[in-house]
Design a protein around this ligand. Sequence first.
Ligand code: MGD
Ligand code: MGD
Ligand code: SF4
Ligand code: MO
Length: 726
Amino acid sequence: MSTELRICPICEATCGLTLTIEDGRVTGARGDADDVFSAGFICPKGASFAELDGDPHRLTGPLVRRDGELTEVSWTEAYDAVADGLAKVLAEHGGSAVGVYIGNPNAHTVAGALYGPMVIKALGTRSVFSASTLDQMPKQVALGHLLGSPFAFAVPDLDRTDHLVIIGANPLVSNGSLATAPDFPGKLKALRRRGGKLTVIDPARTRTAAQADWHLAPRPGTDAALLFAIVHVLFDEDLVAEGLGGIGSYVRGVDEVRALAADFTPEAVAGYCDIDAQDIRTLAREIAAAPSAAVYGRIGTTTVEFGTVGSWLVEVINILTGNMDRPGGVLFPLSATASKPRPPRPGRGFAIGRWHSRVSGYPEVASELPAAAVAEEIDTPGDGQLKALITIAGNPVLSAPDGERLVRAMTGLDFMISIDPYVNATTRHADVILPPPPPSQSPHFDFVLNNLAIRNNARYSPPVLPLDGRPDETEILARIALAIFGVGIHADPALADEQVIAATLSKEVADPHSPVAGRTVEELVAMLPDGPGYERRLDMMLRVGPYGDAFGADPEGLTLQRLKAAPHGIDLGPPRPRLPEVLRTPSGKVELAPEALIADTRRLRDSLTRRVDGLVLIGRRHLRSNNSWMHLVGGTNRCTLQIHPDDAAGLGLGDVAVVKGPGGELLIPVERTDDIRPGVVSIPHGWDEANVNRLNDGTQLDPLSGTSVLNGIPVEVSAVDPVPSG
Ligand SMILES: Nc1nc2c(c(=O)[nH]1)N[C@H]1C(S)=C(S)[C@@H](COP(=O)(O)OP(=O)(O)OC[C@H]3O[C@@H](n4cnc5c(=O)[nH]c(N)nc54)[C@H](O)[C@@H]3O)O[C@H]1N2
Ligand SMILES: Nc1nc2c(c(=O)[nH]1)N[C@H]1C(S)=C(S)[C@@H](COP(=O)(O)OP(=O)(O)OC[C@H]3O[C@@H](n4cnc5c(=O)[nH]c(N)nc54)[C@H](O)[C@@H]3O)O[C@H]1N2
Ligand code: SF4
Ligand SMILES: [Mo]
């Protein structure tokens, strides 16, 4: 028996785990007490690492469709099938006829961070879809308009804040998102121990809400109006922070926001949000009065009708109360693989709609089209129709609206590849499934999530166990890219890495502000360690990064070798104020009142008077599951309809109900609970047998971000008659 360290790849908290290894496989997992970032925390999902890693349902080899059936083949045969299938589509229709769907785990794998983009680039396709438009894209669009960069996430300073306002998130279950923080439960307890306050705004009394000092339960989909009313009170009662807490000279548009907020009095929104006007005033005063405060919005504020407006207003409140870019408020992390900050300079700004989707004309957002549009782009004939699809770590049939249409569409494709360890609702329609090895055989570095970490850190896990004769996921994706580039799928995958390294370093040496300005690419390449391409790339990124050794120029600086010598990770300190560095607007300032948001404010104002009757649907997550796939390894979660007992009684529900939405209906067991407010029902997503997203026809999107409305959908619930048993 031995132990090995491995960062958990399951959720955004990135906990360090100590794995027990017996007979060449993982048999247990516990929190690594010496991990510089997570200090021993583990949740039930991480604790099931061994079951997940050794899950017998995981594919061990590739499958290729032969005579209609997915059939086990050798890797060589599978690669040939990929090369042939792609070559046909590319020859007849070009790379633009190939769509790519990027799923959530790409944020958690080395392959997803470094090699998925290569496949997209090779295709040159504009039909890129991802889980982002089922998730956080509204936040990115808001940040893009405000700061000029859709990736400049400001994260709540959980360790130091005096008042944390959580809106539309349940981190005690999700372990946090867009705020990479192990041990959220411990951090919330510490907040209250140091005399801080926790406010939770959520239509359900979640585990997080149950811990709060104050829980407000609005009607789903109304956060933007609620937040606007808080902004209104900040102006109305003269609560805007003097000098905006130090960033005043970097902010323009305050007066425009004041004017926009004029109509959103607490009294005007109270009925719409179903929140007492006085409570809104109190909340605004408390946020303004706290020595520091952080408003943190997640899924419940983004996957809604006014997702981008709501996400914008979260930051507007943080800015107006002087809490942006200061300790205790919200701060911009600086990852070890981010590019080293250059002197502040105006940027090109941010715009959506550089191209539009073919069928519905949806604008491009951050180089993507809405996930809700995949099916129509495949099943609508005409010029530019998608003929092939590559899914990488995604399950859009269950995750996106109207999966049934997507299934029908996929069966009409000329060719489909899925890179996924499981046969599931999506991948079962592929012509080729290429399974990555389990996490124990894969490397780990958080290229994406370190940009969201509440404390800067760098940690690297090499593969814990040797590959059992199969390719790494980085190799699988590199080979697909090489096939598309015309180099050949059986070429050395290292070619792809060396090309990226040469291109990146050429740019660096030519940039006068780079730490390696003026040096030669050859010299730098020669300094990279022998090893897998992903390690060479990681070393390169670290060395030209903010903490790097600048290829020897700063002998104290970070290299992969140093990182490997620190298996529990290297702490890089708390995020420091650095707003001027992240600003990329043409004005070089925070644009507090961007045009696009001003325009959408009108739509919000008009909706305030809309009559609302009937039930609305929201989602929920389970401690022991992850989106559509972790309940595959068992667990105690249940896919039920949660409903307030009064609503259930009023509808005369039995044990099972029929739920009807704009897109379809489903039968589902009923769970009565007063943890959910009347007028609201909840169903978790990701369940094949009761796919909640079939209730959604996919036509309702937040127009600024192309993000599906997944929370706040009107539904009808009725009893099944006669009530079936069980
Ligand atoms: N109604 C409703 N719908 C929702 C949501 C909601 O709250 N309500 N949430 C939305 C959100 S936030 C998200 S992020 C999306 C998720 O949407 P998706 O990303 O489409 O779905 P996941 O269920 O995360 O699917 C992950 C897939 O990756 C595979 N996988 C796991 N590990 C690996 C790996 O290491 N490599 C590869 N190649 N594959 C791997 C799994 O088998 C699975 O097929 O769902 C969205 N859908
Ligand atoms: N255990 C577990 N952890 C996970 C996942 C998982 O499936 N399981 N998924 C991962 C992924 S992909 C993501 S993106 C994150 C998401 O992390 P979170 O954003 O924390 O996700 P949820 O737990 O769905 O919390 C969303 C909350 O919003 C509430 N809500 C719904 N509608 C509204 C509304 O209109 N207004 C307000 N104010 N609240 C609303 C819901 O009741 C719910 O409690 O979690 C990640 N972590
Ligand atoms: S909180 Fe997330 S990263 Fe930490 S052990 Fe659980 S699943 Fe893994
Ligand atoms: Mo997500």
